[in-house]
Write a protein that binds this ligand. Structure first.
Ligand code: AMP
Ligand code: GLY
Length: 421
């Protein structure tokens, strides 16, 4: 079968790497892909907003399965369009993906179905939002309703910061239409981790847990990023807490979509915070995480194609994939300046040596005549597995030390929290 992957980040590189290993996959294409993906599969220069061209490509090349990477493609109705064209595609429809693309919709869904989450209110009127925020304790969390490249969440430490956040999101429309409404939420404390679960409409298949590092600098300092590194499993999510997540989050989610007639098919990736009173859902993502996918797929022993097809066919209950024992760690190498304005087009050295005992997934890279150049904020995700978390971590950092480009920065404390457990 021929497979088409949509996207061009580290997540899509990991998907391409894994799907290429499937005995049933004859060829993998990726649109638009990146420098690293183009070294393993065929990249095609079609942007994700050009849905008609993607559909024409899939038809012409007899693509048997298309896999959607990013959230905005789902929110734009990529899946609906492919299905209407008679093509097989992995991911939720536009209506189902609202669980990620509208935080108001997600909160209301959680409240209707008793899924544990932070206490909150939501508003389309900024004076009402300000009045509600004034009645909350501090810090208070202000969230733009729509997709905002991971930047639409502000943790306000003071009343003035809360007011300013509401003004910027709602009155100034800093994130455009994503700020038509806001969610104002109580601040929760505890370690964060996430789970991934394939959902076929009636059952959910839980992947191992993972933990991302969202802040740019060591010890969770600096600005929020798309994610600076991950490890899996996250020992903070004990077997007992995982059982709680199964019944209180996933089972309730399944009951909820059934009750509402919401046909959800695809990956569900809830962000969790493990509070003293139990795990609570911070958000739903309706896709594979980036860089969570890098560590999860590094640990998956079985054929990813089987799992994606079972999700579409509604036969997930029959699947029980095997996972590598031990751990996986992914450390992101980012461009100088990221997550703010960053430098690009720097030549990267050491990729071959780093790839000897680890997998280097590319994010913002492009191929040039003299080698691989940087072409984005997050550049590489150096991923290693090991019998223990410590071994995986040492291996990933050993490989990372081989890599150089001007301005490169990375966190030195990825997975340290897991080692302390
Ligand atoms: P979200 O996009 O909703 O996951 O939020 C992004 C990040 O903001 C999360 O990963 C948390 O670190 C933080 N965050 C969001 N909501 C809360 C909350 N209610 N309490 C504490 N931190 C939060
Ligand atoms: N790593 C966080 C995300 O993919 O949303």
């Amino acid at each position: 079968m021929k497979v088409l992957i949509l996207g061009g980040g580290g997540r899509e590189h990991a998907l391409a790497w894994k799907l290429r290993q499937s005995p049933r996959v004859t060829e993998v294409f990726c649109a638009p892909g990146n420098g690293g993906i183009s070294q393993v599969v065929t990249c095609i220069p079609i942007a994700l907003r050009e849905i008609d061209r993607l559909i024409a490509f899939a038809k012409e090349h007899e693509i048997g399965l298309t896999v959607v990477g990013p959230d905005d493609a789902l929110a734009a109705g990529m899946v609906d369009r492919f299905v209407a064209a008679g093509l097989r595609i992995f991911g939720p429809t536009q209506a189902a993906a609202r669980l990620e693309s509208s935080k108001v919709f997600a909160k209301e869904f959680m409240q209707r179905h008793g899924i544990p989450t932070a206490r909150s209110g939501h508003f389309t009127n900024s004076s009402e939002a300000r009045a509600f925020a004034a009645g909350m304790g501090l810090p208070v969390v202000i969230k733009a309703d729509g997709l905002a490249l991971g930047k639409g969440v502000i943790i306000a430490e003071t009343r003035a910061e809360a007011e300013e956040a509401i003004r910027q999101i709602m009155d100034e429309r800093k994130f455009g239409d994503a700020g038509r409404a806001v969610v104002i939420e109580e601040f929760l404390e505890g370690p964060e981790c996430s789970i991934h679960a394939l959902v076929d409409g009636t059952s959910a298949l839980l992947f191992p847990s993972a933990q991302d590092h969202k802040r740019a600098l060591d010890n969770d300092q600096g600005l929020n990023t798309g994610g600076m590194g991950t490890y899996s499993p996250a020992p903070q999510l004990t077997a007992e807490l995982e059982a709680f997540v199964r019944t209180e989050v996933l089972d309730r989610f399944l009951a909820g979509i059934k009750a509402e007639g919401l046909a959800y098919s695809g990956m569900l990736f809830p962000g969790l915070i493990l509070t003293k009173t139990g795990p609570k859902v911070l958000e739903f993502n309706c896709r594979f995480g980036d860089p969570e996918t890098q560590v999860l797929l590094a640990r998956l022993e079985d054929d990813l194609l089987e799992l994606l097809e079972a999700t579409i066919d509604g036969t997930l209950a029959r699947q029980s994939p095997r996972w590598k024992a031990g751990s996986a760690v992914c450390v992101i190498a980012a461009s100088g300046g990221y997550p703010e304005a960053y430098e690009a087009d720097k030549l990267i050295s050491g990729l071959d040596r780093a790839s000897e005992d680890s997998v280097v997934f590319h994010a913002g890279t492009r191929l040039a005549v003299d080698g691989v150049h940087t072409a984005g904020g997050r550049v590489l995700g150096v991923t290693a597995t090991g019998a223990t978390l410590g071994e995986a971590r040492d291996q990933a950092y050993k490989a990372l030390r081989e890599i150089h480009f001007e301005g490169m920065h990375f966190r030195r404390d990825i997975a340290v929290k897991g080692l302390a457990c």
